[in-house]
Design a protein around this ligand. Structure first.
Ligand SMILES: Nc1ncnc2c1ncn2[C@@H]1O[C@H](COP(=O)(O)OP(=O)(O)OP(=O)(O)O)[C@@H](O)[C@H]1O
Ligand SMILES: [Mg+2]
Length: 738
């Protein structure tokens, strides 16, 4: 049998290059991963290499599983003794065996972000660092970055000499490491750092692994960082059989320390390296490939590549702009259903890709309604997320309090110092009287043996009562906001200040959006009705099992994967590219990274690519008006089939947004602006008015175009210098006159 026939000439060349360093540098879909897999098979099958001597590093555990499966198919044996895994899993395996040589126990714990924060808190106290000047998150970030670069605490200290602030940070680093060691713990970055340290300080261990891993392969090499490079280059020093594959255009993890120089300088470190370029793309249609090439061509400082395909021209790229995110999600769900119904495709042929996790919520809802099986990759389903369940539990308690599970869920969230013993007593009391748990709480003062604990319960009961009373005058949005404020829930998350807490806040914002939409749509909106509606969509368990599902994921998680039908959603300036990249100090560099992410997204598609965006999107309960992403404009227009938005019957008569806005803008331009001309409601509570310059924390400076009375709140329309026109609720926007 010759598997080589299934490869083109360059691919074969790469597979047949068995000894010595090899760099495969090629664009998306050109068969890099396939070459790695076939190369492993070839080594085992044709060269008699013991599978035991092979180490293959992939970017995710999922990719590792797939590669093992593929090797199994080709070779039929031996794949179980190959090490195919991620950098981190590989290092854990090595350290579990040998870390005692560095003075740790082999049963070390791996700390997550939460644990790291706790350790850092102690460190800061110990060093008496001013928590305003030295935020824990900042310290942890700096340390993490140092570890990516393989800079030890002592080296950091030396570098810092003379710079007061850096010296303090260095001390924190030193103490932090001491503390971890004391706890026999490693953080995530340590896994790599300690393995490299182990190799450097124990030549016998290094020799063992060098002999073991005679053939090393690394996929997605463009996203390795310095310490990862040290790890593989140290291991490969003896036999020099290192094969790396990557694409500089798909480097998307700079924010995690990925060092693009690793790929660009490979030939400097290994001057005898053979370099193979693959230029034929096997994945996508010509149209999709040309679209990807068109976009990435806008990046400077890249290695020029000529990616071509023999595949057919294919359908044009479909581009659709919708009125809002709901219509966008509805369209995608409708299209998927239609294609499956017609028998053109199965659910597993589709992927929906987006920039941030919170975008998944609308798709999940529509998919549930349409009975489309789906799976969210690398994320928890929206309504199963802790923060959403917490808020729902508050709402349920306020609504009727009969749901004992909900009450128990939040009685101590945020922490109120109510312990399990107390809860057990309350429960026993409730059981004995046959009343609900919440009713028992209301009678806490009378529960025998509760003592002072009753005093801790009362404020909680009071809070719920208060909310119940004000329910009638509050919108759903206000109610949720009140819960977040009065319980300190939001405050806690803000103080936590980790990536995770930020994501939780984003999800809560998205939940508020849901509430606002419910209120706008329902005939007689009320809390019970809202909970009912949410219960319907939250019924995720009804999705049947099996692998035939549509996949939903962020663009970052999609690297290396491919799907016949891809939907790229939310292509709006401000969302993708993200506002952070647009507003960055060095926007060019940040936007180039976003553009590579867009290139990754486009090149996931095999047959059909649909790009969608929404004209307005709700963010934190505010409607934002976004322009079509610049990346869409970079796609050569002859490849795009644009479908215009067909506005549906609007639910409410719309304020003539465009016209009045256009007029106002024109008036500004010609300096004939007269506020009276435009729809202005006297907004006496606001300290700005139409025509004023204001500033917003996120969007920066802008000019107020319009203020309208929006029932509960003023709606303010502002033309921001960098972000264009946005419409927002005054109480949320917190605009300041400048
Ligand atoms: N010589 C070939 N003949 C037929 N199909 C091929 C050939 N080479 C690769 N393919 C197919 O092309 C698709 C893309 O290959 P692969 O995933 O290996 O590309 P890649 O370069 O790793 O892409 P990415 O940059 O996205 O990771 C796969 O479906 C693969 O099976
Ligand atoms: Mg690949």
């Amino acid at each position: 049998m010759s598997d080589l026939e299934l490869l083109n000439r360059e691919q074969q060349e790469a597979v047949l290059h068995v000894d010595g360093p090899l760099l495969i540098l090629a664009g998306a879909g050109s068969g890099k991963t396939r070459v790695l897999t076939y190369r492993i098979a070839h080594l085992i099958d044709e060269c008699g290499v013991n599978p035991w001597n092979i180490l293959a590093i992939t970017f995710t555990n999922k990719a590792a599983g797939e590669m093992r499966e593929r090797v199994d198919k080709i070779v039929g044996y031996g794949s179980e003794s190959i090490w195919v895994s991620t950098f981190h899993s590989t290092c854990v395996r090595i350290l579990r065996r040998y870390i005692d040589r560095l003075g740790y126990d082999t049963n070390f714990t791996i700390y997550d972000t939460e644990d790291q924060k706790t350790v850092m808190k102690n460190v800061c106290q110990k060093l008496q660092l001013d928590s305003k000047l030295y935020k824990e998150r900042m310290l942890l970030n700096v340390i993490s970055h140092a570890k990516d670069e393989y800079i030890s605490p002592n080296e950091f200290l030396l570098e810092a000499k003379g710079d007061f602030r850096q010296e303090k940070i260095a001390q924190a680093y030193v103490e932090y490491q001491k503390e971890l060691k004391k706890n026999n713990a490693l953080d995530f970055d340590d896994l790599l750092v300690k393995t490299v340290e182990l190799f450097q300080s124990c030549p016998d261990v290094l020799e063992y692994y060098q002999n073991r891993f005679r053939y090393i392969m690394v996929d997605e090499y463009q996203d390795t960082n310095t310490v990862q490079f040290k790890f593989i280059s140290t291991l490969a020093r003896q036999y020099r059989n290192l094969c790396v594959v990557g694409d500089d255009d798909q480097s998307i993890y700079k924010f995690r320390g990925a060092n693009i120089r690793n790929i660009l300088d490979f030939e400097k470190v290994f001057p005898d390296a053979k370099v193979v370029k693959l230029e034929q793309n096997y994945r996508s249609t010509q149209n999709i490939l040309n679209a990807a090439n068109g976009v990435i061509a806008n990046n400077r400082g890249r290695k020029e590549k000529a990616l071509w395909t023999e595949n057919e021209q294919g359908e044009p790229i479909l581009f659709q702009q919708f009125q809002n995110g709901y219509e966008e999600a509805e369209y995608v769900s409708g299209e998927i259903s239609k294609k499956v119904r017609k028998g053109e495709a199965e659910y597993q042929d589709f992927a929906v890709l987006y920039r941030i996790n919170a975008q998944s919520r609308l798709f999940e809802e529509k998919f549930l309604y349409a009975n489309i099986p789906y799976k969210i990759v690398g994320g928890v389903n929206f309504y199963s997320r802790k923060e959403i369940k917490d808020i729902l539990a508050y709402l349920k308690t306020i609504d009727n309090g009969k749901d004992g599970l909900a009450v128990r869920r939040i009685i101590n969230v945020p922490k109120r110092g109510i312990g399990n013993v107390t809860l057990a007593k309350v429960q026993a009391y409730a059981d004995s009287r046959d009343i609900s748990f919440f009713e028992a709480l209301e009678e806490a003062g009378e529960i025998p043996g509760l003592g002072k604990a009753a005093l801790k319960i009362q404020p909680f009961v009071h809070l719920i009562h208060e909310m119940r009373l004000s329910l009638a005058d509050m919108s759903m949005q206000d109610l949720i906001q009140a819960i977040l404020d009065k319980t300190g829930y939001a405050e806690d998350l803000k103080n936590e200040d980790t990536d995770e807490s930020e994501a939780r806040l984003e999800n809560i914002d998205e939940f508020i959006n849901k509430a606002v939409t419910y209120e706008e749509g329902a005939e007689e909106p009320n809390l019970s009705g809202f909970l009912e509606e949410v219960a319907l969509v939250a019924d995720i368990d009804s999705v049947e099992d099996g692998d035939n599902r549509v996949l939903l994921m962020t663009l970052h998680s999609a690297k290396g994967l491919e799907f016949p039908y891809v939907y790229l959603a939310g292509l709006e300036d401000g969302l993708f590219p993200s506002y952070m990249s647009i507003a960055a100090d060095d926007p060019t560099e940040e936007i180039e990274e976003e553009r590579r992410l867009c290139y990754v997204g486009i090149t996931r598609a095999m047959k059909e690519l649909t790009i969608t965006c929404a004209r307005c999107r709700m963010v934190r309960g505010e409607t934002q008006y976004n322009n079509v992403s610049r990346f869409v404009r970079e796609i050569p227009s002859e490849l795009l089939a644009r479908k215009s938005v067909i506005p549906r019957e609007p639910k409410k008569p719309e304020v003539p947004q465009n016209t009045s806005y256009q007029k106002a803008k024109e008036a500004f331009r010609t300096k004939t602006f007269d506020p009276q001309q435009f729809k202005v409601v006297k907004a006496d509570k606001l300290d700005y008015t139409v025509g004023d310059q204001v500033s917003h924390v996120k969007f920066g400076k802008g000019t107020v175009l319009e203020i309208t009375e929006g029932g509960r709140d003023y709606e303010v329309k502002v033309d921001f210098e960098r972000f264009g026109v946005k419409k927002m609720f005054a109480s949320f926007a917190k605009l300041k006159k400048v």
